[in-house]
Design a protein around this ligand. Structure first.
Ligand code: DGJ
Length: 689
């Protein structure tokens, strides 16, 4: 028997005998179980044998297949129907297990790890030990969840409106999400959650799975009368996409799975802590990105005033977006020709980079290395490097086949040359189309990972942002190689509130780029108060995507103060625990970050639309220490949020109130009567002990 236990989570395997080990429990921690208790649990967990079924008790193995009686979606499919048996089970570390399974002509090594933060990771490696080639159908991870997890929550979405949550009751059958974009896509299921009915941010038991992979995938939840409810995840392979020659192996992406007894926030707490434990914390610099400021209108004359304006407000990293390379006058041409455009940049990028660096900022550059425009020197010289000869264009572009060694090398060399010639601290790595070539996603994704790894190895200090027409490639696979995600192309704060809230369930806020856009949002045309836009961007990796040369002196002064606020609170914003409340009114959101140790916190109350009631419910502050006393104060960025009220709540007029954390969480405080699209910030500080 094997018991992995960490951070309130237990995972128990019955690895006795020669059958593939079965999963006895994944969920709440079981405490310290001795060998006798574990053995008793293993035996006691064997269920009855129902009529009209296999004569052996049904158990869910780590690799359930039809061969061992699992008639749900199998973890493995291929031309043969192997029956796996266990050849070895080892413990590489106290938190991990390695299981070796064998069948006729096939071997599977299954790795299972439970991190110190309670995050479970599982993957399989399949090796063809037979004499002929083997066409893999699918190989994934299937995990049992209790029947009380009867509601599924995952995501849909579209360009500029990513991460739209959708919730449904799980009935008999499979709720399956598949993506075939060659990237996760704007409608990425992202994180599939199964929970007790009505589970919310702060309540309910939840089991969740994410596939750490940037190509095609499937996630599913399945309920049947013949076995446990399950959550499954795996790469979606086209026929013939993975063909293993004798001796060759295929390794699945990691399935990252997490349980919480405290609602969705409990998932985030474990995931964020785990993600942070795997990365060296770096202060996230305030960014100015040029895209919505100038689009393709690039020149030293046009950009120098923007550089100055950025420096004046305290920007720390200036990123030159699309439009700097040879012939790129619009989005119809030139992808692939990664040398500086001599017409718009006759002296190269050096004068601009010098201006940026002389003003104390880092320089970043946009690239879209996996793409090629039909109208480009690259496509004309190397038509054979373009993926698919009949593919339709998308944003007037095609895909460069990185599995062609020469194409791969060319891109590696081109980026290497830029990073060698110029002091570039940051690459915004874009990917603006679906692949749409059956059977290409696996090789393209593995080539991309190799490319990113090679660049990180050669240029370890260069940070990379994963962007894919906004947030179409946000996953834990690419996170091994990148430092930031472009969360969405929309900088409309109203849309961003929801997009960031839900993207942040999996990814911690410091990884999610969040920029203050122009007063009128470019994509939606919606106007937004500056204080609302600033408050929205504060809770991510903050930046600006606005031609600041058109901002008034007053606006710039407010932005400067906001930058200083962000810098001062950066450790809290990017190291704290994310919390969100389950309000009574869906158009009023509360979210915040509570510092480790729970001495300070920052919250935002956000109104999306008109209030549901004249006197809203008090704002309750989740995540504080119930016993400590805290002082709550409103924090104003620029002008206060707009209200319509004859009198503010007296505690707000007084400017502060001090109460125990338990009172703030259970009773809360009456808010000001905010109009739609406003945000009120609150600082919360513990009284000295
Ligand atoms: C799509 C990205 O998401 C935008 O931010 C911008 O970089 C454009 N591509 C540039 O073409």
């Amino acid at each position: 028997m094997i018991h992995l236990q960490a951070a309130g989570t237990s995972f128990v395997l019955d690895a006795r005998g020669s059958q593939p080990p079965s999963i006895v429990h994944w969920g709440a921690a079981l405490g310290d179980l001795g060998d006798d208790d574990l053995a008793a649990l293993g035996s006691a967990a064997v269920p009855a044998v129902p009529p009209s079924s296999l004569d052996t008790p049904p158990r869910l193995s780590v690799l359930p297949t039809l061969g061992d009686g699992w008639s749900g979606r199998p973890a493995f499919s291929g031309p043969s129907r192997p029956r796996f048996a266990t050849s070895a089970v080892t413990r590489p570390s106290p938190g991990s297990v390695l299981i070796s399974l064998g069948a006729d002509g096939l071997a599977v090594a299954t790795e299972i790890e439970l991190s110190a933060q309670g995050v479970l990771r599982l993957r399989h490696r399949l090796t063809n030990t037979g004499a002929g080639s083997y066409d893999l159908g699918s190989l994934g991870v299937v995990l049992p969840v209790p029947a009380r997890a009867a509601e599924v929550l995952d995501f849909g979405g579209l360009w500029a409106y990513e991460r739209r949550p959708q919730r449904t009751a799980l009935r008999t059958g499979a709720w399956t999400r598949e993506t075939r974009h060659g990237r996760p896509g704007h409608d990425d299921p992202y994180l599939m959650m199964l929970g007790t009915p009505g589970f919310s941010f702060r309540g309910g038991e939840v089991w969740a799975a994410h596939l750490a992979w940037s190509g095609d995938k499937q996630l599913w939840a399945e309920r049947s009368a013949l076995g446990p409810t399950v959550l499954g995840a795996g790469e979606l392979l086209a026929p013939g996409e993975v063909r293993l020659a004798p001796g060759e192996s295929y390794t699945t992406p990691w399935t990252v799975a997490v349980w919480s007894g405290d609602g969705i926030d409990g998932l985030s707490a474990r995931l964020h802590e785990w993600i942070r434990s795997r990365r060296a914390p770096e202060p996230r610099p305030v960014v100015l990105n040029t895209w919505e400021a100038v689009y393709f209108d690039q020149s030293l004359e046009r950009l120098t005033p923007l550089v100055s304006a950025a420096a004046e407000v305290g920007v720390e990293r200036f990123v030159l977006d699309d439009g700097w390379f040879r012939g790129r006058t619009d989005d119809r041409r030139a992808l692939g020709d990664w040398t500086v455009d001599p017409e718009r940049w006759p002296s190269g990028l050096t004068p601009l980079i010098d201006a940026v660096r002389d003003r104390g900022m880092e320089f970043g550059l946009w690239l879209e290395p996996e793409m090629v425009s039909p109208d480009s020197v690259l496509a004309r010289d190397h038509p054979d490097w373009v993926l698919g000869d009949d593919a339709a264009t998308w944003r007037h572009q095609r895909v460069l086949d990185l599995s062609v060694p020469e194409a791969y090398q060319h891109i590696l060399d081109s980026i290497g040359a830029l990073l060698t010639e110029y002091p570039i601290a940051f690459l915004k790595w874009d990917h603006n189309r679906d692949l749409l070539q059956e059977g290409s996603a696996h090789r393209q994704t593995t080539a991309l990972y190799r490319l990113l790894a090679e660049l990180k190895h050669r240029f370890p200090s260069v940070e990379i942002e994963s962007c894919a027409s906004g947030g179409a490639r946000i996953d834990l696979g690419i996170l091994d190689f990148v430092d930031r995600f472009w969360t969405s192309d929309t900088n409309d704060a109203l849309e961003r509130q929801q997009i960031q809230r839900w993207t942040g369930v999996l990814m911690p806020p410091e990884l999610l780029g969040s920029h203050v856009g122009a007063p009128t949002a470019h994509i939606t045309g919606r106007g937004g108060a500056l204080s609302f836009r600033l408050a929205t961007s504060l809770f991510g990796h903050a930046g600006i995507e606005w031609d600041l040369t058109t901002a008034s002196a007053a606006e710039r002064a407010v932005i400067s103060a906001w930058v200083a606020e962000y810098q001062q609170r950066r450790a809290l914003l990017h190291g704290g625990t994310t919390v969100r409340s389950d309000g009574d009114d869906p158009d009023r959101l509360l979210h915040g970050v509570v510092a480790p140790g729970r001495r300070t916190a920052l919250y935002a109350l956000v109104t999306l639309r008109a209030p549901g009631t004249a006197i809203p419910e008090p704002v309750r502050f989740p995540g504080l220490d119930p016993v400590r006393r805290y002082t709550v104060r409103p924090l104003v960025l620029g002008s206060p949020p707009r209200t319509v009220q004859d009198a503010a709540p007296p505690w707000l007029d007084a400017g502060a109130v001090t109460l125990p954390g338990r009172v703030l969480a259970e009773v809360g405080l009456p808010p000001a009567l905010l109009t739609p699209e406003q945000a009120q910030l609150f600082t919360v500080d513990a009284s000295p002990d």
